[in-house]
Design a protein around this ligand. Sequence first.
Ligand code: MN3
Length: 206
Amino acid sequence: MGKYTLPTMPYAYDALEPHIDARTMEIHHTKHHQTYTDKLNAALEGCSSEIQNKDILDILSNLNQVPEGQRGAINFNGGGYDNHRLFWNNMKPNGGGEPGGSIADAIKGSFGSFSDFKEKFSSTSAVIQGSGWGWLVYNPTSKKVEYKSMPNQTSPRTEGLIPLLGCDVWEHAYYLKYQNRRPDYIASWWNVVNWDEVEHRFSQAK
Ligand code: MN3
């Protein structure tokens, strides 16, 4: 068995209905997330024990330490492994609404208002070309929260950013229910956002 195993889901596959359907959640977790996990383990086997012994968060934050031959595979599958475990936990049944606490103030400081943030996140994530993720991140340099689109499975950590809230806009995240209507999926996804988890990540990141 490899170093990493598929994380368990924090709720049932049908718990996010009607916003995200159970079949999509099951395939997304048991097939897609499992594959990223397996391929991350396989890519790590091609690395030195020094790399293997490091935590995936350290590896993603310092990708240059990974030998060139494995770097692409670690970027993609390590990102896929970490992004999805963040994703499951930054959603919950009966989520959504507006955040409170320090994350609400930070969003207001960076975007003007919560509705301006939501509009920017939605419209920019909707037009990511091909596959990728929309993220609310904490930038340790500016000490502000920012929106960041990332391609494919590349983690915001590879750019020194701390992921706080991610929306998977790969077709596999919504196609069964929404087909080509990515903006409809994103609009519905806001109803399952777990703001307590985002606030928790923000407090850890600061
Ligand atoms: Mn996915």
